[in-house]
Design a protein around this ligand. Structure first.
Ligand code: HSE
Length: 432
C-alpha cells in the first residue's frame, strides 16, 4: 500500500451481529479494500451501549459509549450506522451529516420513515448517503435500481424480502407444520426475534417495500404508504390448498405501477404458481424479481440477513463512498421527480382465493356465485371438497379490486348458507 495514500477515518454506530462483522472484515481485508477505494480505510471509533460484551475480532480500544463523540469527531470522514431503530439513530446520522460526514446505513425503518430528511440533509452538506444493506441484506438490489436500471422503466418489483417469514412458510409448505411450530423453529435458529412482530406482521418487509418503490418509481414512498398484512392468519389448510393447486404461499413485497401510472405498494401473503421463479426461494433466503420495460425480467437472489452477508453490502457502500471522497465526487441523490400518487388498496386489482365453509345442499353454489356476481367479481374456478357438514368451497376469482372483493366477502359472511369465510388470500402470477 502506498504511504502517500490518503487516510479515510471511519466511525461506527453500533457493534452487534452486523457491526462486529463490518469491523472484522474492515481489519481483515484492509489492504484490499484500501487498494480498491484509493484511500487507507481506518476504523477509528465504535459507539456501543455496553462495553463489556465480547466482540470477537473487534479492537476493544476503539469502543466508546459516547455516540456523539463519533459523529462529532472532526477526524472521522465516514459514519457507518448499524445500531437500528429510529432514535437515536436519526439524530446521530443528522449530526454526522451536519458535520460533513458521509453516511452508510443499514437502517430500513429509519429510511422508510425519515428518508427524505436524511437525503435533503446530505444534499445540503454535499455528502453521500448509501444504504444497500437496508433491503435484502447481501443482495445488490438498491444499486441496480438506482444506477444500472436508471435508463429503463421499471414497472414492477416483487420481492421475498423477509427471511424469517420465508423460513416459516417454507416449513409449513414442506413439512406441513402449523404456523406456531414453524415460528418456534425460526426462533431456535436465531432468525426470528423473541418478539417476532416486526417480521411476522410484515413491518420489516413494508419498510423494505417502501424503499424499493421509492427507487423504482422516482417518488417518495414511506412505510405509511404501504398496505401491510402479515402471515399470522395462514393455516396448514391454506398451505395444503395452495399445494393442491400447484401453488405456494409467500409473503411478498410488491411495488408496481397501476394502469393509471400510480404506485401500488403492498406486503401480503400471496399464492404464486410453483413455476414462478420466486416459488423456489426457500428457507431464509431473499429474492427480488424486477420487471422493466426494456430489460424484461430480472431476479436477484441471496442471503437477506445475517452478520457477514449484511456486512458485505455495507463494505460495498463504504468503498463506493471512499471512492467518491477521493475524487471529490458524490453518489446519486434522491430521485423523486416523478412524484406519483400512491394507489389506495381498494383500487388495486389482483386475483383472490376464497375458502368458504358451506352447507352442502342444492342452491348453495348458486347463491355463493350470485354474491360474487352482485359485486362484479368474476369467478375463474370453483372447487368443492368434502361433503355434508364438512363441505368447503374454494373459489379463485379473476382480477378484482380489493374494494369489490371486500364487499363480496362481507356479503358472503352474512349469508345463512355460508358458515364461515375461512380465508381470503391474493393470487399473483397467473393470467387474469
Ligand atoms: N428480520 C429480517 C429477516 C432481517 O428476517 O429477513 C432484517 O431485516
Amino acid at each position: 500500500m502506498s504511504s502517500a495514500m490518503p487516510v479515510l477515518k471511519i466511525g461506527m454506530l453500533g457493534c452487534g451481529v452486523v457491526g462486529t462483522q463490518v469491523a472484522r472484515l474492515l481489519s481483515h481485508h484492509q489492504q484490499e479494500l484500501s487498494m480498491r477505494s484509493g484511500a487507507r480505510l481506518v476504523l477509528s471509533k465504535i459507539a456501543v451501549r455496553d462495553l463489556n460484551i465480547t466482540r470477537d475480532g473487534v479492537d476493544a480500544s476503539l469502543l466508546t459509549t459516547d455516540a456523539k463523540l463519533v459523529v462529532s469527531d472532526p477526524e472521522i470522514d465516514l459514519v457507518i450506522e448499524v445500531m437500528g431503530g429510529i432514535e437515536p439513530a436519526r439524530a446521530l446520522i443528522l449530526t454526522a451529516i451536519a458535520n460533513g460526514k458521509s453516511v452508510v446505513t443499514a437502517n430500513k425503518a429509519l429510511l422508510a420513515t425519515h428518508g427524505a430528511d436524511l437525503y435533503s440533509a446530505a444534499d445540503a452538506q454535499g455528502v453521500d448517503l448509501y444504504y444497500e444493506a437496508a433491503v435484502a441484506g447481501a443482495i445488490p438490489i438498491l444499486r441496480p435500481l438506482r444506477e444500472s436500471l436508471v435508463g429503463d422503466h421499471v414497472r414492477r418489483v416483487i420481492g421475498i424480502v423477509n427471511g424469517t417469514t420465508n423460513y416459516i412458510l417454507t416449513k409449513m409448505d414442506e413439512e406441513g407444520v402449523a404456523f406456531a411450530e414453524a415460528l418456534e423453529g425460526a426462533q431456535n435458529l436465531g432468525y426470528a426475534e423473541a418478539d417476532p412482530t416486526a417480521d411476522i406482521e410484515g413491518f420489516d418487509a413494508a419498510a423494505k417495500a417502501a424503499i424499493l418503490a421509492g427507487l423504482a418509481f422516482h417518488t417518495r414512498v414511506t412505510s405509511n404508504d404501504v398496505y401491510r398484512q402479515g402471515i399470522t392468519s395462514i393455516t396448514s389448510t391454506d398451505v395444503a390448498v395452495a399445494k393442491s393447486m400447484n401453488h405456494v404461499i409467500k409473503l411478498l413485497a410488491i411495488a408496481e405501477l397501476t394502469p393509471e401510472d400510480h404506485i401500488s405498494v403492498r406486503v401480503h401473503t400471496t399464492l404464486i404458481p410453483r413455476t414462478h421463479p420466486l416459488a423456489s426461494v426457500r428457507e431464509a433466503y431473499n429474492a427480488v424479481f424486477v420487471e422493466a420495460e426494456s430489460a424484461g425480467q430480472l431476479m436477484f437472489y441471496g442471503r437477506g440477513a445475517g452478520g457477514e452477508p449484511t456486512a458485505s453490502a455495507i463494505l460495498g457502500d463504504v468503498v463506493a463512498v471512499a471512492r467518491n471522497v477521493i475524487r471529490e465526487a458524490l453518489g446519486p441523490r434522491e430521485s423523486d421527480y416523478a412524484d406519483r400518487a400512491i394507489a389506495p388498496i381498494g383500487e388495486v386489482r389482483t386475483q383472490y382465493l376464497i375458502r368458504l365453509d358451506v352447507a352442502d345442499k342444492p342452491g348453495v353454489l348458486a347463491s355463493v356465485a350470485q354474491a360474487f356476481a352482485n359485486e362484479g367479481v368474476s369467478i375463474q374456478t370453483v372447487r368443492q371438497t368434502g361433503r355434508g357438514l364438512d363441505a368447503e368451497l374454494i373459489v379463485v376469482t379473476h382480477g378484482a379490486t380489493d374494494l369489490a372483493l371486500s364487499s363480496t366477502v362481507k356479503r358472503l359472511s352474512q349469508m345463512d348458507t355460508v358458515r364461515t369465510v375461512e380465508s381470503v388470500i391474493r393470487v399473483e402470477g397467473v393470467a387474469q
